[in-house]
Design a protein around this ligand. Sequence first.
Ligand SMILES: C[S@@+](CC[C@H](N)C(=O)[O-])C[C@H]1O[C@@H](n2cnc3c(N)ncnc32)[C@H](O)[C@@H]1O
Length: 233
Amino acid sequence: MGKNENKYIIEPNTAEIARLIDQDHIFTTAMGGLFPEDLEPDIPKARSLLNLGCGPGEWESNVAYQYPNLTITGVDIDKDIVKYAQALADVRTLANLVYEVMDIKRGLSFDDNAFDIVNGRLLFAFMDKESWPKLLAECYRVVKPGGVVLLAEYEVTVSNSTVLQFLYSRLYKLLLDQDRTYSVDRRSVGICHMLPRLLKDAGFTEVVSRPFLIDASYGSPCISLAARILKLA
Ligand SMILES: C[S@@+](CC[C@H](N)C(=O)[O-])C[C@H]1O[C@@H](n2cnc3c(N)ncnc32)[C@H](O)[C@@H]1O
């Protein structure tokens, strides 16, 4: 794979769109809602939001519906996913939601101080060690002074599901082969532990972490999602 090729681990197709929609439901539920509870009172005051690597648009279309005064831009590298997300916004008549095709590893094509909120979730699936500091510097540039950058990343869990344990053993190897893991022992993703330092290096002064847990036991919705990834890969 060439150095500049994108490294998202799953080929985009209709099954992947369906998987991303299910994944959104699992993560938004596990996180207790669209935004962290302590931030929710401030959301109605915000005017502009950018969602990075947005996928098929479930999260931001729910945000757009709930906060009609917020102008939302979703960006994703895949033009078919962007087309799908825009169609969803149009069907739901969400005039405050627009999309752009963008490879966020190559920079964010927006003015300085353009957004009150920048959101990114599960970006580890295509980021690498070289790209993280550059993306965080771009987030710092495009967020307004006093604005918020919300990043929700993933650290693997231990499961009693053979499927999930198998999937993760492959995932660690893949990430390591591509020099994308911050793991110290090849048994983790490592980005959650690195983000506070990387954010401070990028200039952010107030960095707050919130843990949340996803049940990945045998028989849970998370496992059927993992089983579908195995079939897609
Ligand atoms: C990494 S996940 C994020 C999903 C979404 N943020 C969520 O939380 O449900 C998958 C999305 O990342 C997109 N993606 C992969 N590489 C990208 C890149 N370099 N720039 C922007 N989006 C990218 C994929 O096209 C896919 O829609």
